[in-house]
Structure formats: structure tokens, C-alpha cells
Design a protein around this ligand. Structure first.
Ligand SMILES: Nc1ncnc2c1ncn2[C@@H]1O[C@H](COP(=O)(O)OP(=O)(O)O)[C@@H](O)[C@H]1O
Ligand SMILES: [Mg+2]
Length: 364
């Protein structure tokens, strides 16, 4: 008992955002939806909205505010990206809720049974971040009966239909919306100026750049960071690039920030996007240095300053929309022929090229 309490107190809150804006008011709304006073019910709650709008951030914020009210908690990040190994996700969930206890799971069905067996009498908080298909929900949190009285299960997703299909009540669903003008400007300014009062940029220029981010925190953060410490000349050049790009999709906006990187940084960024996302910083640095890149450590630091990657628990992470932007850049080098691109990361592309070579060899 004493041991359990001390581990509970030890559990550290999650890192929410570098410059949180407008989160407290959303947390209050969510707390009302979670209705923690109702101690007998088990509730499933869904946060939904576009990519980059702030679902994961808000989920982390609410986790930090309420996790101490539960006997056990787990925040499972990036479920979609890791869903090729649902057993590992099940193990992670159980180990977090059961305070480090390691249980061997041999298959998804067994994992589901174990979650149900071990958690049906525990009041738990579970957050499944970025789910995109029913298999994940079925494996990790199929129904309220799996969890003890008073438990709360929160999903984040881009697809509200998934929530209704999983019987999440419409009044337990919360749409995370793009930031309003004032908050968007505040978030952008925090990244672009970071308290630096020396550089004066006309508010007209600032407003025009902010306009392109359409209130999306991810875009505000990336555009703002790439203008940090830049003078008016660079701001105008960025605006020109934004005006020239189609800017129909967030991808176009993010790419403008990539275009502003130094050549070496671009290469490091593309390698991380295509091959190394999620791996340890040490390992990535070592491999890139072995590949002959100069200044890898400074390059990685610069990418972090540009908010294109982040360092989390010794690993390099990247928002999936930023990763997609990077992969698209490589695909666009030669859309129809993977063999002529600078990087290959899909097994199918690899096979395509190998089989092409085989045919050529036969012809020879
Ligand atoms: N309210 C906010 N205040 C400050 N930064 C935010 C806010 N919402 C999101 N961000 C930042 O925007 C980026 C994208 O947010 P994220 O929560 O990952 O989006 P989603 O999960 O909806 O794709 C993150 O880097 C995050 O730090
Ligand atoms: Mg997310």
C-alpha cells in the first residue's frame, strides 16, 4: 500500500506544449464532460478534430489535471502509428496502469482478456491518443465493463464516426477547433519572438503570416519558429513564398518552413522523416555522422528550434503531418519512379526496384 502510494506520487505529469495557449478553458469544459463526481459510472469520452489542431496536447493537459484521482492511469500516445503491434500497446497500457508490473501477453485476444481481468475492479484513467480504427479500440478498451467503477476512457481521433461506432455518446464528444484569431496570434507571437523585444516587425506583416496558418496550432508553431530572430526582409520573403504556394493544405504551409532550412538541415530532416522518427537521438546522430553528414548535432538542434522535430525522452519525434510533408518532398523528386528518388523507405518500392533490375538483367 505504502509502496503504491509513493509510486502514484512519483508519477510525473506529461509535458503539454512549449507555449500553451487557451488550454485552461478547454480543460474546464472537458472536466465537465468527464463528470468526475459520478463515481459509479464508467464513461468513454472522445476528442476529435483535424490533424495538428491540438487533440494530443489537450488530452495531455486533461490527463495532468485529473490522473491523481484514479488508482491507475495510462496515456498511450500515437496508437495509429504503433497499431501494427497491438500486443505491445496492450502490454504498455497494463504496465502503466499497474505501476510497472510486467505481464506477458502472447496475442491480442489474450491481451484483451488480461486487461479486462486486471482492470475490471480498478478505477482507471486511460487515454488512447490518435486512434483510427476499430481494431485498436477493441483490443485496448472494448467496452465500459472492462474497467472498474468511476473509470474514464478518453479517445482522440480525426474521425468522429469511429467514436459513434464505438458507442461514445454524442454529449461525451468534444470537437477540438482551430484557435480563434486572438489566440492564434498569441501562439504565433510566442514562437516567433520568444520574449525577444529587440526585433520589431510590423503588425501588418505578423497578421499576414498568421492568416496562412488558419488557426491550426501546428502551423502557427512551425511558421512562428522558422521566423524566430529573423528580420523584416526574411519575413517578406516568407510571405512571398506563402503567397506563391497553393496553401490549400497544411502540407503546403509546412513546406514553406522546410524551404527556409539550410541544405544540410534539409537532408537531416528528410532522413529523420523517412527513416528514423521515434528512434533514440544518440543512435540517429551516430548513424548520420557515419553517413558523412557534418554538424549533425547542430543540425538536429536547429530542426528542434524550427519546431519540425522534438526530443522526447531521448528520442526524436515528429508530428505525423510534418513527417508526411517530408516524405512527400522525397516522393515528388520523381513521382512515378521510386528508383530515382533520394530515399526509399517502403518495402514495396524496394521490391519494385529490385524486380525492375532483375528484368533489366535478364534483358542484358
Ligand atoms: N493550445 C495550444 N497551445 C500551444 N500549442 C499548441 C496548442 N495546441 C497544439 N499545440 C501545438 O501544436 C502542435 C500540434 O498539436 P497536437 O496536439 O499534436 O495536434 P493533433 O494531436 O490534433 O494532431 C504541437 O506541437 C503542440 O505543441
Ligand atoms: Mg495527435
Amino acid at each position: 500500500m505504502v509502496c503504491e502510494i509513493s509510486i502514484q506520487l512519483d508519477r510525473t505529469p506529461l509535458d503539454v506544449a512549449k507555449y500553451p495557449v487557451g488550454i485552461d478553458s478547454q480543460v474546464q469544459v472537458l472536466k465537465r464532460i468527464l463528470n468526475l463526481q459520478s463515481k459509479d459510472k464508467v464513461l468513454m469520452v472522445g476528442l476529435w478534430g483535424k490533424g495538428g489542431v491540438g487533440k494530443t496536447t489537450l488530452a495531455k493537459a486533461i490527463f495532468n489535471v485529473v490522473f491523481r484521482e484514479f488508482q491507475g492511469s495510462s496515456f498511450l500516445e500515437r496508437v495509429r502509428e504503433n497499431s501494427n503491434d497491438l500486443v505491445r500497446l496492450q502490454e504498455k497500457l497494463l504496465s502503466e496502469v499497474l505501476l510497472g508490473e510486467k505481464l506477458a501477453i502472447y496475442n491480442v485476444a489474450g491481451g484483451s482478456r488480461l486487461i479486462q481481468d486486471r482492470l475490471c475492479n480498478k478505477k482507471v484513467l486511460i487515454i488512447l491518443d490518435d486512434v483510427d480504427n476499430m481494431r485498436q479500440l477493441d483490443a485496448l478498451a472494448r467496452c465500459c465493463e472492462w474497467f472498474g467503477k468511476g473509470s474514464r476512457i478518453i479517445f482522440t481521433t480525426r474521425n468522429s464516426y469511429l467514436l459513434t461506432s464505438h458507442d461514445v455518446d454524442w454529449n461525451h464528444m468534444y470537437e477540438v477547433k482551430a484557435l480563434e484569431n486572438g489566440e492564434a496570434l498569441e501562439l504565433f507571437r510566442k514562437h516567433a519572438f520568444q520574449g525577444n523585444k529587440k526585433i520589431e516587425i510590423s503588425s501588418n506583416l505578423v497578421d499576414r503570416v498568421v492568416h496562412y496558418a488558419k488557426g491550426l496550432p501546428l502551423a502557427l508553431e512551425v511558421l512562428g519558429s522558422s521566423l524566430y530572430k529573423r528580420g523584416e526582409k526574411e519575413w517578406k520573403s516568407m510571405l512571398q513564398k506563402l503567397a506563391d504556394s497553393p496553401c490549400k493544405y497544411i502540407n503546403d504551409v509546412l513546406k514553406v518552413s522546410f524551404d527556409g532550412l539550410e541544405d544540410g538541415e534539409k537532408e537531416i530532416f528528410l532522413d529523420i522523416a523517412c527513416f528514423f522518427k521515434g528512434q533514440s537521438t544518440k543512435h540517429i546522430t551516430k548513424v548520420l555522422e557515419k553517413c558523412g553528414f557534418a554538424g549533425v548535432i547542430i543540425g538536429v538542434k536547429s530542426l528542434i528550434e524550427h519546431s519540425l522535430i522534438s526530443e522526447e525522452e531521448g528520442t526524436l519525434q515528429m508530428h505525423d503531418l510534418i513527417q508526411l510533408m517530408g516524405m512527400n518532398i522525397v516522393k515528388e523528386e520523381c513521382p512515378n519512379n521510386p528508383g530515382k528518388r533520394s530515399r526509399l523507405w517502403l518495402w514495396d518500392d524496394f521490391l519494385h526496384i529490385l524486380s525492375g533490375n532483375a528484368v533489366r538483367l535478364v534483358n542484358v
